[in-house]
Design a protein around this ligand. Sequence first.
Ligand SMILES: NC(=O)c1ccc[n+]([C@@H]2O[C@H](COP(=O)([O-])OP(=O)(O)OC[C@H]3O[C@@H](n4cnc5c(N)ncnc54)[C@H](O)[C@@H]3O)[C@@H](O)[C@H]2O)c1
Length: 267
Amino acid sequence: MSSGASEQLANKVALVTGSAQGLGRALSDRLAQAGAQVALLDLKEQEVTAAAAEVAEQYGVDTLGLAADVTDEESVARAFDAAVERFGRVDIVVSNAGILISGDITEFDVAKWAKVVEVNLVGYMIVAKHAARVMIPRGSGVIIQINSKSGKTGSYKNSAYAASKFGGIGLTQSLALELAEYNIRVNAICPGNLLDSPLWVDSLYKQYAERWGKTVDQVRQMYIDKVPLKRGCAYDDVADAMLFLCCDGASYITGQALNVDGGQTMH
Ligand SMILES: NC(=O)c1ccc[n+]([C@@H]2O[C@H](COP(=O)([O-])OP(=O)(O)OC[C@H]3O[C@@H](n4cnc5c(N)ncnc54)[C@H](O)[C@@H]3O)[C@@H](O)[C@H]2O)c1
């Protein structure tokens, strides 16, 4: 039995990319809590297999761990086929897998810059392409891209990431236009800084503290101070928005990029 209170997504099947850890894992938890069967897809085979088993155990839903690289179309196609074979269909796809490599433009290695665009933008296109392939014959579906506030405003010394995320909004709007006739809604969520995520805790605080001669606590406070609502973004903030966009209450919403950032971006 599921321990989910709402069961809003009972009988739905969801697939989440980049779900071995971090936000993707938290979103998989929330989908399972709402009663969905969840396919977790990630580059990291062992970790995603373990994550799928944990989600099944915790929420009492059927799950599947899929090892795939979102930049490799064949592996993505195989993963979608495996999910359809196991669950019969895919109703909800959350394109969450993403990477961040920052750097000064004069020193930015072009291959690294292109890699960020390859994962964050081309990877989203490949995932959305195969989501559409399995959703079109059913005449319904929900595609959600996890974007960023860096998809709406430039990001200092973070040009590859911002360019990839801006592109993601163009792709979201274009796919929303193209897939509307099949009753497939396509939206993006633009979270603010997830200040407790591995990206920040394991890497960014230290990098910024060294760069600016500040302590990790001072860096964290600096980022909180940028937010009108005065806190970092939590996984639950993003999960709440995702669940709303998945449900019938959002049936008239497509082609949007919803800021979930405490008011930091207002366009
Ligand atoms: N952390 C933040 O502050 C923040 C803020 C706004 C938006 N986001 C976005 O949220 C999403 C998740 O971020 P996170 O902080 O949880 O990241 P994370 O690095 O903790 O997790 C990303 C996951 O994606 C997987 N992944 C990476 N490349 C992949 C590929 N080519 N194919 C399949 N899987 C791949 C990784 O193995 C990892 O498990 C990203 O799209 C990111 O841009 C993060």
